[in-house]
Design a protein around this ligand. Structure first.
Ligand code: KG4
Ligand code: ZN
Length: 344
C-alpha cells in the first residue's frame, strides 16, 4: 500500500510542535509522533502571547522538538518523503523559525518542502482521526480566526462567513483577562462557567438572525467588561459572567452555523446527509461541541470534531496537510516565503 511519511513543524503562535505521520493512498493516517511544547508559562505573566518572547522560545525549542519527534516516531531521517512547515499566517518570528528549520532539513536531506497554510492544517485536522471525506461545512474557530468554510477538496475552500472584528478565541481570552481568570482564557472561562448560571446576565447575540454567515464578537467583549465593572467581583459573579458569556458565544456561533448550513445547502444543491466539522482551539469547548452536535442532528448533518489534542495548535495537522499536498504532487521551492498574513 502506497504511503507517504512526512515530518511537520508548527510554530506560528505560542506552540512549538513537530510530528511525523504516515498517510496511505486510501487516506488512512498513522500518527507516529506528536510533540507539542507549549509556551504558556513564558506568556502567562503578560496575560497574552508576546511576539518577541514567542520568537525567542521557538528558536530555543524547535531543534530539540523536531529531533524528538523524529526519534520517537521510529523512522529514520531517510524514511521521510517530505518536510512540511507552517509558512503562515501567524507571528512572523515563529513562522520564520519553523520554516527555516524545515528548509534546512529539506535541503540537507534532499527532500521536498511543503509550505503549509496554518488554516489549512486546522481545516484538514478532522481527517487525522476520522474518515472525513470532502465535501464538508467547516466552523474554524481559533485565537486568531473565525470562519465558516465550504471545504470541497484539498485547497478548495469557499468562505461562507468570517468575523468582522475579533476572533472567537480572542473573545474568550479577553473575557478571562478582564476577570483575571488566567491564560490561556478559553479553558479558564469554560471551567468557571461550569459553576455559574448561564442566564444570570443578558449578553448580546451579535449578528443573530442576519442573512449572511458573518460573526462579530467585539460587542460581547465590551458587554463583559461592563458587567464585570458593575459586579461585586465575588467568585459567584465570576462564574455567572463566565457562564453567561459562554452561553452567548455558543448561541451566537450556533445561529451563524445555522445560517451557513442554509448557504451551504444552496451552494452545493445537496439536500442529503452532509458533514459538519468544527476545528481550531475553540473547538475544544464542551458547550459549543454539544450545541453543534444537536444542531447537526436536526439539520441532517453528521457532526465531526477532532479529539481535544488536535483542536489547538499541533504539528500533526501540518504534517497531514503536507502529506495530502505531496500526494497530489504539490510541493514548494526552497525559497517559499513566510507569510504573516495568508488568507485561505
Ligand atoms: O487554534 P489555537 O490553538 O491557536 C490559534 O491558531 O489561534 O486556538 C487557541 C484559542 C485560544 O484563544 C484559546 O483561549 C481557545 O483557543 N480555546 C478555547 C478552549 N480551549 C482553547 N476556547 C473556548 N473553550 C475552550 N475549552
Ligand atoms: Zn491555530
Amino acid at each position: 500500500d502506497e504511503a507517504l511519511t512526512v515530518l511537520g513543524l508548527e510554530s506560528s503562535c505560542d506552540e512549538t510542535a513537530a510530528s511525523v505521520l504516515r498517510r496511505y493512498a486510501d487516506g488512512r493516517v498513522e500518527i507516529l509522533s506528536n510533540i507539542v511544547a507549549s509556551q504558556d508559562e513564558e506568556h502567562r505573566p503578560f496575560g497574552g502571547v508576546v511576539p518577541e518572547i514567542a520568537a525567542r522560545a521557538h528558536m530555543r525549542k524547535i531543534e530539540p522538538i523536531l529531533a524528538k519527534a523524529v526519534k520517537s516516531s521510529g523512522v529514520s531521517w531517510d524514511d521521510l518523503d517530505g518536510i512540511a512547515a507552517t509558512a503562515g499566517p501567524g507571528l512572523i518570528g515563529g513562522v520564520i523559525t519553523g520554516l527555516m528549520s524545515a528548509k534546512g532539513l529539506a535541503m540537507a536531506l534532499n527532500k521536498p518542502l511543503i509550505a503549509v497554510n496554518h488554516l489549512e492544517g486546522h481545516a484538514l485536522s478532522p481527517r487525522l482521526t476520522e474518515d472525513c471525506a470532502f465535501p464538508y461545512l467547516l466552523l474554524l474557530v481559533s485565537g486568531g480566526h473565525s470562519q465558516l468554510l465550504s471545504v470541497t477538496g484539498l485547497g478548495e475552500y469557499e468562505r461562507l462567513g468570517s468575523t468582522v472584528d475579533d476572533a472567537a478565541g480572542e473573545a474568550f481570552d479577553k473575557t478571562a483577562k478582564v476577570m483575571g481568570l488566567g491564560f490561556p482564557g478559553g479553558p479558564k472561562v469554560q471551567s468557571w462557567a461550569e459553576r455559574g448560571n448561564p442566564k444570570a446576565i443578558k449578553f448580546p447575540r451579535p449578528m443573530k438572525g442576519r442573512d449572511h454567515a458573518d460573526f462579530s464578537f467585539a460587542g460581547l467583549k465590551t458587554a463583559v467588561a461592563r458587567a464585570w465593572d458593575a459586579s461585586d467581583k465575588t467568585d459567584t459573579a465570576k462564574a455567572d459572567i463566565a457562564a453567561s458569556f459562554q452561553r452567548a458565544m455558543t448561541d451566537t456561533m450556533l445561529d451563524r452555523v445555522g445560517r451557513a448550513i442554509t448557504l451551504y445547502r444552496n451552494a452545493t444543491g445537496d439536500t442529503g446527509r452532509a458533514r459538519l466539522v468544527v476545528a481550531g482551539g475553540v473547538a475544544a469547548n464542551t458547550e459549543l461541541r454539544a450545541g453543534l452536535k444537536t444542531m447537526a442532528a436536526t439539520r441532517n448533518f453528521d457532526f465531526i470534531a477532532p479529539p481535544l489534542k488536535f483542536c489547538g495548535d499541533n504539528a500533526a495537522m501540518i504534517a497531514l496537510a503536507g502529506a495530502e499536498r505531496l500526494a497530489a504532487g504539490i510541493t514548494d521551492g526552497y525559497d517559499a516565503p513566510a507569510r504573516p498574513r495568508w488568507p485561505l
